[in-house]
Ligand binder design. Structure first.
Ligand SMILES: Cc1ncc(COP(=O)(O)O)c(C=O)c1O
Length: 364
């Protein structure tokens, strides 16, 4: 069975880990600072703060923006639940806007309506499946309503919108380095921002509220231990080096699948709107009878996964919310992701393409 994800670690990652272990600084240390600095630089941001994972990166971003109790954050209900959980962890309330069914990202009109109705303090834009949200319009809404714009870029390392990379499209951005992601440290996360004060508060929050200009064991705020280890940063630096090649491979695989879907009218291929660069964290198709498609793919030796079968406002911790999101609900019923990752061989991609092409499901 061709797997949906297959993270690979080679001799370079192993050597980098061995070097850290031999050097003795296994927790926080200079390797983490180097990783932060090169990742932020790549995103076009002035500062990077590494964290234990993408969820803690998001939680930290809200803390650093001083968004908490009594505050409202408008976000997408069609995302991994961590997007909403991080808002709750910060003490704020998530409010769910609808998505644009073509891109699976926040619908700006629905977002603006809710920002206005709730006098929201922030928008959390998720760049789902590797495609940036419509950040030009979301930036306009955030500016007009004086609220912060946060990127959930957990799935979008290297994605581009209007010539700008994810990581510097909002006031703060958060990445995940979970194994299925475009680059991985096993578990890990990163915050990027141009705002020095936000970066300082984030770095302090992940380190028990210490401050760079205060002596050790003085704590200027309540903080957490969300620090990335040097062992993981060493892996991250090697993976980061490979990110351009990984993303090119994802894009090339995606192009072959999209070409195959031209012969499968019952299936909607992912779109790449003008001015964007999709990095295909997932290659996600949509079809009216996805269970039939999933069975067909399985019979052809191709695995598939539904990301995500239940919108967040249908999940028990969030289900009281008064939400109007028909596009998100339809997406949850009809999407299916198929393998697109860089470890696929030429033959694997051909098999996934053939399996899609030979699907004879109904028209939508
Ligand atoms: C959109 C989105 N947001 C947030 C997260 C949370 O990242 P992590 O699993 O590293 O905590 C993920 C990762 O799974 C994600 O896909």
């Amino acid at each position: 069975m061709i797997p949906i994800a297959n993270p690979e670690f080679g001799a370079r990652e192993k050597d980098a880990v061995a070097e850290v272990l031999d050097g003795g600084r296994v927790a926080d240390g200079p390797v983490v600072r180097e990783f932060e600095s090169e990742f932020a630089d790549f995103c076009g941001a002035d500062h990077g703060v590494a964290t234990t994972n993408g969820t803690t990166a998001l939680h930290t971003a809200f803390e650093a923006l001083d968004i908490g109790e009594g505050d409202v954050v408008v976000t997408s209900p069609f995302s991994f639940v961590a997007s909403a959980n991080s808002i709750r962890f910060a003490g704020a309330t998530p409010v769910f806007a609808d998505i644009d069914l073509a891109t699976y990202n926040l619908d700006p009109a629905s977002t603006e309506k809710l920002v206005r109705e709730h006098d929201a303090d922030a928008i959390l834009a998720v760049h789902l499946f590797g495609l940036p949200a419509d950040m030009a319009r979301l930036r306009g809404i955030a500016d007009e309503h004086d609220c912060a714009l946060v990127e959930d870029a957990a799935q979008a390392h290297g994605a581009v919108h209007d010539g700008v990379r994810a990581g510097s499209l909002g006031d703060v951005a958060c990445f995940s380095f979970y194994p299925t992601k475009n680059m991985t440290t096993g578990e890990g996360g990163m915050i990027t921002t141009d705002n020095e004060a936000v970066a300082e508060r984030a770095a302090s929050f992940v380190n028990h509220g210490r401050a760079a200009d205060r002596p050790a064991y003085e704590h200027v705020r309540v903080g957490h231990n969300f620090r990335m280890t040097s062992v993981l940063a060493a892996i991250g630096r090697v993976q980061f080096d490979r990110l351009p090649e990984y993303n090119e491979s994802r894009r090339a695989n995606a192009a072959r699948l999209t070409e195959a879907l031209a012969d499968a009218p019952g299936i909607h291929a992912p779109v790449e709107p003008p001015g964007t660069r999709h990095v295909y964290h997932q290659y996600t198709v949509r079809t009216a009878d996805r269970g039939v498609l999933a069975d067909h793919l399985e019979a052809e030796g191709v695995s598939s996964v539904v990301y995500y079968p239940k919108p967040i406002h249908f999940q028990p911790p969030y289900e009281d919310s008064d939400v109007t999101a028909p596009a998100a609900e339809y997406a949850a019923e009809s999407v299916l992701s198929v393998p697109v990752h860089p470890s696929l061989s030429n033959e694997d991609v051909a098999s996934v393409a053939d399996a899609l092409r030979s699907y004879e499901g109904g028209e939508q």
